[in-house]
Design a protein around this ligand. Sequence first.
Ligand SMILES: [Zn+2]
Length: 257
Amino acid sequence: MHPMKAISLTLLWGLLAAIPAEGALRVMIDAGHGGTDSGAVVGPARESEIALKVAKALERRLKSDNRFAPLMTRQGDQMLSLSERVRRAEDADSDLFLSIHANSSPDKRARGVEFYFQNQLPPDEESLFLAASENKMEKVVEATHAEGDLKKESDVRSIVEDLKRQVRLQKSFILSRTLARTWQKSEKIDASSIRQAPFYVIAKSSRPAVLVELGFLTNPVEAAKLMKSETQEQIAARIHQGLVEYLGRHQTKFPLN
Ligand SMILES: [Zn+2]
């Protein structure tokens, strides 16, 4: 093939790959903090700045992959309330909410990435959880069959709400686990890195939501790494890969999403 033709085909392919496909996964990337709220600050390391750089690197990557349609809660160094972040994700009808932060601890040795999702069950009870969801679906079917009964209708509504919540929690857990597994391929992480906590942005989101603490700014080695653009790109690549795996294995355009 003529080299020019090969180049233009590569270009064309690149352009096509960058146009979000119908049904592309809408990922709301939320860079934590911003403006007067710097988050954790340790020497020259500022959480708001690191979070934004990683968020932007991830946005660039997802933009070049038509399986994704990335969105950002903030593009610059601006203050944004937690409720505004959640509202933006809801208004944009995003499929996933991914909040990016960096950690701090009084213990300078504390290290490593952490993935937070909101759930009341320990992660090893995933199968129980799945079973419960299946049972709920059965109840919906049963209740739907009994038409004309108002009590039953409100039952159906509350069961559907509960099922939606469970699907969201389940997807949030699966996303956390998938991101952790991908991360593990390039950096050793602790088994306890997947955790549960009622962070506002993940608790209030009606979308599957995960909050990632990239590492500890109070750990001098991690802080130095996290400030490097090379590391920020690597992190974005890991998250991108994790999202690809999540999309391939678990994401379905489930009507309850
Ligand atoms: Zn933070």
